[in-house]
Design a protein around this ligand. Structure first.
Ligand code: FBP
Length: 553
């Protein structure tokens, strides 16, 4: 029996590229302080909550003249939140830098996400352990979890575990919520004089952890290329059979970056953008009406097929739905311990919920198909987010469109035949082998995280910039986590959190999509990107996403 596929064997040999500065060696680096920072919003509140770590300077690494000697350090690492291709390489980069700095250094991996540090569940890495995971997808090396680190008790337990293992720094690899955890833990460790540092690494396929300093989160490149391959294949099928409208929901919990990037790579007939829906205050009916117009026009031209991309987070951006979901968040939290509610059947639950909503929300809630009502009431994640990956927005749209097209048919406006196929691309892309870009980027982020630790920094996010250039020209450094924070309502309370980066409607990426939409809708301009290439010419294997190219051209 084989234990590794041929591609697995070949990928293990891939040598990730590092920026010039990091390549020079961990003990040769010098740390250059750049400008001091402020929180993006709610400055005074964030400053008060993060009195010890607020306002630090951005840093960049350069190569110095001398080789320094690094003291012995034990570090712990946590994978947090949803899987993203390249997580294993972050750990590999961190491990290699730590061993390069001092062979006596140790790296511990906390098991199952942030709960691992609280419960003291860990492994110690060695060369053999790490080597088996180089350039592989997934987070199975130590597992992941979504535990929110925020209580005094959790912090105290984490401290005990760190003391036991003599750990002086913790690296949290995660998205916006997980790096909010990192910021809180960093602050607590400084406030309690523990001497333990905390560094974050920007992970999430969603691409919404970005700003002037963080050009992209890791995993976005691989996931979008994987979805683009699948969409391209479906486009070929649609164009061959010419009989189905394919509705493809694409993962990305909040912002539409993944959907937009996948659309730029494939040029479908319709790509909804959640941020636009919110900005234009579009109702569900309006969205359906706009889509029906395109479906009718294509039918007039004899085209009863097409491709629609639906961002996973759409439902939360439709103003009326956003309001409803926000009320449902509070209500489901309130009813969590209500045994009568918990034990009744769905239909009864719907009635109880409707009786507690205001008139408009109750009307909207009751008008939704039972499937969607039930999905809207499912458990929130530990951060209070509704689990949009489990809401079948694509099916809701299909159902509403079918009803509307029947009406339009009766009025003689629609002359076609509507047959649909619903798809959800999410888990297909989250654990793919990291692309060359993600393999290099992640390895650099991990290596760089140790550089930040070695300079005694805490409350920083590992940052590698200049990403549309070849890896050797990338710029390594760190960005204070408090710089990205603002106050938001979670579980009914205002909390400090890292602000999500949404699609900017006046930004270059959206403008590019907007300019081409009409053409894509009527004249099929499908692109077929094919599979991610790991070996071969650089123009095919080392391409960055279209988003990065447009944003940083
Ligand atoms: P992160 O923000 O943790 O990176 O989440 C990414 C993500 O893949 C989202 O796109 C998706 O909505 C969510 O995780 C699904 O998570 P889960 O599989 O835990 O339900």
């Amino acid at each position: 029996m084989k234990t590794l596929s041929p591609l697995q064997q070949e990928r293990l040999k891939y040598q990730p590229k590092l920026p010039e500065s990091l390549k020079a060696g961990i003990n040769k680096l010098i740390c250059v302080e750049k400008e001091k920072t402020e929180a993006v919003k709610d400055k005074e509140q964030i400053k008060e909550l993060f009195a010890k770590t607020y306002g630090q300077a951005i840093v960049e690494f350069a190569v110095g003249n001398e080789e320094k000697v690094s003291g012995v350090k034990n570090v712990g690492v946590i994978l947090s939140g949803g899987q993203a291709p390249g997580g294993h390489n972050v750990i590999a980069g961190l491990y290699d830098a730590l061993k390069q700095a001092n062979k006596e250094n140790k790296l511990y991996g906390f098991l199952g996400g942030p709960s691992g540090i609280i419960d003291g569940k860990y492994v110690e890495f060695d060369d053999k352990f790490i080597d088996a995971y180089r350039n592989t997808g997934g987070f199975d090396i130590i597992g992941s979890g979504r535990t929110k680190l925020e209580t005094e008790e959790q912090f105290k337990k984490s401290l005990e575990v760190c003391k036991k293992l003599n750990i002086s720094a913790v690296v949290i690899i995660g998205g916006d919520d997980s790096n909010t955890n990192a910021a809180l833990l960093a602050e607590w460790f400084v406030k309690h004089d523990t001497g333990i540092q905390v560094i974050g690494c920007p992970k999430t396929i969603d691409g919404d952890l970005k700003n002037d300093q963080i050009e992209v989160s890791f995993g976005f490149d691989t996931a979008t290329k994987t979805y683009a391959e699948l969409i391209g294949n479906i486009q070929r099928d649609a164009n061959s059979a010419k009989k189905y409208w394919h509705f493809i929901k694409i993962m990305g919990r909040s912002a539409s970056h993944v959907a937009v990037e996948a659309a730029l790579q494939t040029q479908p007939n319709i790509c909804l953008v959640s941020e636009e829906v919110e900005e234009k205050k579009m109702s569900l009916n309006q969205i359906v009406e706009d889509m029906c117009k395109i479906i009718c026009k294509r039918a007039e031209n004899g085209k009863n097929f097409g491709i629609v991309i639906v961002p996973e987070g759409l439902i939360e951006f439709i103003p009326e739905m956003k309001d409803l979901i926000s009320s449902l968040n509070d209500l489901t939290h309130e009813l969590e311990s209500d045994e009568t509610y918990q034990n009744v059947r769905s239909e009864e639950k719907f009635k109880i919920i409707a009786s507690k909503l205001d008139e408009n929300n109750a009307k909207l809630f009751l008008s939704l198909p039972a499937l969607i009502k039930a999905q809207l009431l499912m458990d929130r994640d530990p951060h209070g987010n509704v689990q949009v990956s489990r809401i079948e927005t694509e099916k809701l749209l299909i159902e509403m469109i079918r009803t509307r097209l029947n009406e339009l048919k009766d009025e003689g406006v629609y002359v076609g035949k509507f047959s649909d196929q619903a798809h959800f691309f999410g888990y297909e892309g989250r654990c793919a082998f990291p692309s060359n870009f993600d393999a290099d980027y992640c390895y650099s982020l991990g290596f760089n995280a140790f550089a930040l630790i070695n300079f005694g920094l805490t409350g920083y996010l590992s940052s590698v910039k200049n990403l549309i250039k070849p890896a050797k020209e990338w710029v390594a450094g760190g960005v204070p986590l408090t710089m990205m924070m603002n106050m938001e309502k979670r579980h009914g309370e205002m909390k400090p959190v890292i602000q999500k980066a949404l699609i900017k409607l006046d930004g270059k990426v959206f403008k590019e999509l907007e300019a081409m939409r009409e053409e894509w809708a009527m004249n099929d301009r499908y692109l077929f990107p094919g599979a991610i290439q790991y070996f071969g010419p650089s123009e095919v294997c080392d391409l960055t996403t279209v988003t990065l190219q447009i944003e940083h051209a």
